[in-house]
Design a binder for this molecule. Sequence first.
Ligand SMILES: *Cc1c(COP(=O)(O)O)cnc(C)c1O
Length: 386
Amino acid sequence: MARRLLQDMKERFERLRTPFYYYDTALLAETLAAIKSETDKHEGWHLHYAVKACATPQVLRLIQQAGFGCDCVSGGEIKVCLENGFPADEIVFAGVGKADWEIELALEAGIQYFNVESIPELEVIAEIAKRMNKVADVSFRINPDVGAHTHANITTGLAENKFGISVDDMIHVIRIAEQLPSIHFVGLHFHIGSQILQMDDFEALCHRINDLQVLLEAEGISVKNINVGGGLGIDYENPDEHPVPDFKAYFETYAKHLQLRPGQHLHFELGRAVVGQCGSLITRCLYVKQAKERQFVIVDAGMTELLRPALYGALHKVQNISSLSTPQTYDVVGPICESSDIFAKDCLLPETKRGDLIAIRSAGAYGETMASQYNCRELPKAYTGE
Ligand SMILES: *Cc1c(COP(=O)(O)O)cnc(C)c1O
């Protein structure tokens, strides 16, 4: 399976109703192989794909076949993973607000472990597990108070963020867990944010974990699993130059700086880096509108199909795959009745006409999964492969 340029897909795309998501499964396979080649050399390393990035069945199945487990943040995600062949005992379950039915579902299915984010949550899991005559394996999500150089809305590991349990409370919650017969403490979990491209941020997390391990040892507490979350970023500006993220640098950072104890397992939860570059949102130019000092390309996809630009001011490369004419400057906007429904400002595109196919690149992660039906729109379809 060779990767193909989007321009080569034009004929097929012309027959499909826009907007839709297109996933390049050849690139996904290449990405999965790149990850495996870095991690297979380490014993006791486990990969869990963060399903919230993209839960399209064709994509999930390829990831499952590559031997990944998954990281879920809702009962719905657990169901989707089970339906797509992931073994229950390779599913980990995080989230600050797990509902009772989601906890029951996870215990019933027999997931690997919960990533617990508060004492009240621990108590509810203990109660439900006891009622179901089960013992719940739990890891604690610790908020390491490590900043990440990324968008403010997607840092998660600072003391001010809502996620996790503070470092100061760590020993206390483990002691509580040890007293609960329906709870089995199995590890520590961390996740400092998303779209992180500076390896120093992950290195800082390693140093923090090393310090915590020393503290725990002094207390006689042993930890089976260290889960470092995900967060590796992708190159949104140059998807063709960097279709596969720098997994070597990422995994080597952990191999070099994290001091695992003998027999300890290391878990990763990558989302964006696995699927981000393989997806494009394919849309069509409806109108080119000349306004005062601005030219708008109005496309048939909007923030309902891809929310990231409106939500985070995120940048996606926009490409006209129908035209090779002389470039002009456009604002590329959607049809939704919101001023933030803008994909790109001052974007250089070949001269664009009504009917041209436009690809919004690097949309494989947090694209389709965030789609909404605002304005009574239909959810986008997804296509893969050739
Ligand atoms: C979202 C999330 C991830 C994946 O993050 P990426 O930046 O997409 O790699 C991993 N772990 C947890 C707990 C998450 O919430």
